[in-house]
Design a protein around this ligand. Structure first.
Ligand SMILES: [Zn+2]
Length: 282
């Protein structure tokens, strides 16, 4: 049995959920993935951990807040346990990310004294997870850390969650790309917008706006939780200037005379969520 410190995967596989084919199909794809991994490794799992956008409602035991909308309202844990005949643990993907970066990633490597780590996902969607003294803080409704749907600015417009101006409508990758398109009529990926900042005024405006609202959104989070470390995952976290100019912007909005919170990149790459999901089984 590999130890908790051993993060070398035995088998690594990806399989698309093909969510457009519906809920039952997602269940079958998960079973297929597990069967394939069992065959390849020669090991049979006795339990599995799943990290997913959205949350298993602690009271109703059905899924909520999922951007894979086919999962909403479904008893995913119960149905998978019936199908796979093993124990299934489900956690929010940002929580899994935060847990993994705390125990094996950047927080463990650089800030082992940190008591509170906030893991942020800024990608297609925006989410977050709180880890206190090494454990996920799920919260009363299971939504602990879901800062992506805090109000940020009306200019973000309508959010899929039904509210206006959520952090996600301003700071997600697609939201930033949409803003650039609004200015220019052209579509560029965020990576390209960031690369063109010095030569393209609309690109500069898009990235400046990112810094401004990043600081604003982070100040709300910092004023309430005051974490030791904030780890930024997701594609928007690859915009290097958020760790300098974004941090300066935080200084303008935080209720403190200086900014000392460490805002850092993750160190486990895009597998962090997978390590975290495995850890919740333990
Ligand atoms: Zn929202």
């Amino acid at each position: 049995m590999p130890s908790l410190d051993d993060t070398d995967p035995i088998v690594r596989r990806r399989l698309p959920t093909e969510a457009d084919k519906g809920y039952e199909h997602i269940l079958l794809q998960i079973k297929k993935l597990i069967d394939e991994m069992a065959e390849e490794s020669g090991l049979k799992p006795t339990a599995i951990g799943i990290g997913t956008p959205g949350i298993l409602d602690p009271i109703l035991q059905t899924m909520k807040n999922c951007n894979t909308t086919a999962l909403i309202g479904k008893p995913l844990k119960r149905d998978l346990e019936a199908l796979l005949k093993i124990k299934v643990h489900i956690a929010n993907d940002a929580n899994c990310f935060a847990l993994a970066e705390t125990h094996w990633g950047v927080a463990k490597q650089k800030y082992p004294e940190a008591r509170m780590v906030f893991g942020v996902i800024m990608g297609t969607g925006v989410g977050g997870g709180i880890v206190i003294d090494g454990n996920i803080w799920n919260g009363h409704h299971g939504i602990g850390g879901e800062w992506g749907h805090n109000f940020l600015d009306e200019s973000g417009g309508m959010c899929y969650c039904g509210k206006i101006g959520c952090v996600e409508t301003v700071l997600s990758g697609p939201a930033l790309e949409k803003y650039y398109t609004k200015l220019t009529g052209k579509y560029l990926k965020l990576k390209e917008i960031d690369a063109n900042r010095a030569t393209d005024p609309a690109a500069a405006e898009t990235i400046d706006r990112l810094h401004h609202f990043f600081g604003k959104a982070m100040s709300v989070l910092t004023n309430i939780l005051d974490p030791d470390v904030i780890v930024i995952g997701g594609g928007v976290g690859n915009v290097d200037s958020i760790y300098t100019e974004g941090l300066e912007s935080l200084g303008k909005f935080i209720f403190n005379n200086s900014v000392d919170v460490k805002i850092v990149k993750p160190s486990l790459g895009d597998s962090a969520g997978v390590f975290g999901a495995a850890a919740i089984v333990r």
